[in-house]
Design a protein. Structure first.
Length: 550
């Protein structure tokens, strides 16, 4: 009798356990919906053609997704959705092109076969759509131009001024951005966190923000998740959250400390008893490193070097006009309260060095390359032709003269860089272009040593400049890690009309080495020190001069 009673109880528990295991979580269902919505948007012929209001289709599907409790029900929701979109005809043009070389580190449609989320019928249907995907002009994405083949997101509704409490639009904001990166960001494969995991991480935040400001901070965190120094994103809400009161001094983060390196306003700095060389170790009783770690998820940057440069906005600035700091000066530690100001109160104008080029001690030529105009290149090289060495400083203003300077320091044309561009007819795949060259064939015009100075200030055009000049016959690159954001910028709006940007095409050295995140190749690495910064030294330039003299 005991066995008869016990058997159905055990069976009931076992059956309940199986049902519980098959139940899908809200995050699983929404992540799957985000992926399928984006996949159909760029692949399904009827959707990519623009025959449906795809945002509204998402809003209509979300309640059905919410009602599904297991894999079979959820898959049926998607199957019904796909069936309603019309026939997908066989595509003869969809076979991979044999005359192109694909770059497939970004390409990942393995999720189509996730047997924990999708039935075999659904996976086969999705695979069929991939194999017979839309070709030609698309509704939601195009090339920026025939010459510049970066993705340009078209015909997207901005929903400016939308009510942040609208859950559908919050999820649309996440789903749209995630899929733009999924299929058209050339460096997706390099993100610290696997891009699919970013979606899982961000869904709860977009689903249940604590406030409007929290929602805006979530958008900042999402944008920062692609680990790209080209990214820019802020709103009035985030501007007020992080604060618009500034210290009257410039500083740089070195060895977990903020070193004062310059002034925005000398008189205000004196009032607050701040001097160049001061070492700030704490702010409001938190160490500088603790603050950096707390704010890092909001800081845009391809690498830590660039994030520490960009972090100046987050570390000592804030929403109030005062700040308690711990500071070391001449070996003595003190704690004091100082004033912060609106940036306009500084009346700050950057001091521009008038000299575009000069001869340093030891007959070493120095060129601030960003200041030299194209027509001035022959004049500069004529003036410096008899120097022992030539230093090109690439750390300052952006210039457009590297090709012209390269003609003086090369004796033959050499491979310079190559590019990957998105294949809009096979979203997620990228295509290698030809290798581009720099320099000219002939007698070497400048025969001395050539030194390039770089650091984390070198980004995009400056990194491109360094790569171009590195094709020279006798070039040495000296400095610290550059920003790691090369190539043209892709501008677009997030839901709400908030403007943002990312790196649009992939730039590589001829041997395939990435510049993204890593920065340009450096021959002699020089890491600035607290002692050097405190003394006002340019340690990278000093190392270059030492290299020339030895």
């Amino acid at each position: 009798m005991k066995k008869t009673i016990l058997f159905p109880i055990v069976l009931l528990i076992f059956t309940h356990s199986i049902v519980a295991q098959n139940e899908l979580t809200e995050i699983e269902k929404l992540a799957a919906t985000a992926k399928i919505w984006g996949f159909l948007k760029y692949h399904h012929p009827q959707v990519a053609e623009g025959n449906y209001n795809w945002d509204e289709q998402l809003f209509e599907t979300l309640p059905k997704v919410n009602s599904a409790t297991n894999m079979e029900q959820l898959s049926q929701v998607y199957l019904n959705w796909i069936e309603s979109l019309g026939e997908v005809k066989p595509c003869r043009k969809c076979k991979p092109k044999n005359d192109v070389q694909y770059f497939d580190k970004n390409f990942d449609l393995n999720w189509l076969n996730n047997d924990q989320l999708f039935t075999t019928q659904l996976s086969e249907k999705l695979k069929y759509i991939e194999d017979n995907r839309h070709q030609g002009k698309k509704q939601y994405v195009a090339y920026y131009s025939n010459k510049l083949k970066i993705a340009d997101f078209t015909n997207e509704l901005d929903y400016k001024g939308f009510d942040w409490q609208n859950e559908n639009l919050r999820l649309l904001s996440l789903f749209r951005y995630w899929n733009m990166i999924e299929y058209f960001f050339p460096y997706k494969y390099q993100t610290d966190m696997y891009w699919g995991d970013v979606l899982n991480k961000m869904i709860p935040k977009f689903l249940n923000p604590k406030s409007e400001t929290d929602f805006h901070l979530n958008m900042v965190e999402l944008a920062a998740s692609i680990d790209d120094s080209h990214v820019r994103f802020d709103t009035q809400k985030t501007y007020r959250y992080f604060g618009h009161y500034y210290l009257p001094v410039k500083f740089k983060l070195i060895d977990n400390k903020a070193i004062v390196t310059g002034m925005y306003n000398d008189s205000l700095a004196r009032i607050n008893d701040l001097k160049i060389g001061d070492i700030i170790t704490k702010a409001n009783d938190k160490t500088i490193e603790t603050i950096f770690q707390e704010e890092e998820k909001y800081i845009m940057g391809s690498n830590t070097a660039r994030k520490r440069l960009n972090a100046s906005y987050y570390i000592l600035n804030g929403p109030t006009d005062s700040l308690k700091i711990e500071v070391i000066r001449d070996g003595t530690t003190a704690t004091k309260s100082i004033k912060r100001y609106l940036y306009r109160d500084f009346n700050y104008k950057a001091k521009e060095e008038s000299e575009k080029y000069k001869v340093l001690e030891g007959n070493i030529g120095y060129v601030d390359i960003g200041k030299v105009e194209l027509k001035e290149v022959p004049k500069v090289m004529e003036a410096l032709k008899n120097t022992t060495a030539l230093i090109f400083d690439i750390r300052k203003s952006t210039g457009i003269t590297p090709y012209y300077f390269a003609n003086y320091i090369t004796s033959q044309s050499r491979d310079f860089y190559k590019v990957i561009e998105p294949d809009l007819d096979y979203p997620g795949r990228f295509i290698w272009t030809k290798t581009y060259q720099s320099g000219t064939n002939g007698k070497l015009k400048y025969t001395g040593k050539v030194i390039l100075l770089v650091d984390e200030n070198c980004q995009s055009q400056r990194e491109f400049t360094a790569m171009c000049l590195q094709t020279g016959d006798n070039v040495t690159t000296i400095g610290s890690q550059t920003s790691g954001a090369d190539g043209n910028v892709l501008l677009f709006n997030m839901v709400g009309g908030f403007k943002t940007q990312i790196s649009g095409i992939g730039i590589f050295y001829p041997d395939g080495t990435e510049t993204q995140r890593k920065g340009v190749k450096i021959d002699i690495k020089v890491k600035p020190t607290i002692e050097g910064l405190s003394a006002g030294k340019d340690e990278i330039l000093e190392r270059a001069i030492e290299f020339v003299n030895k």
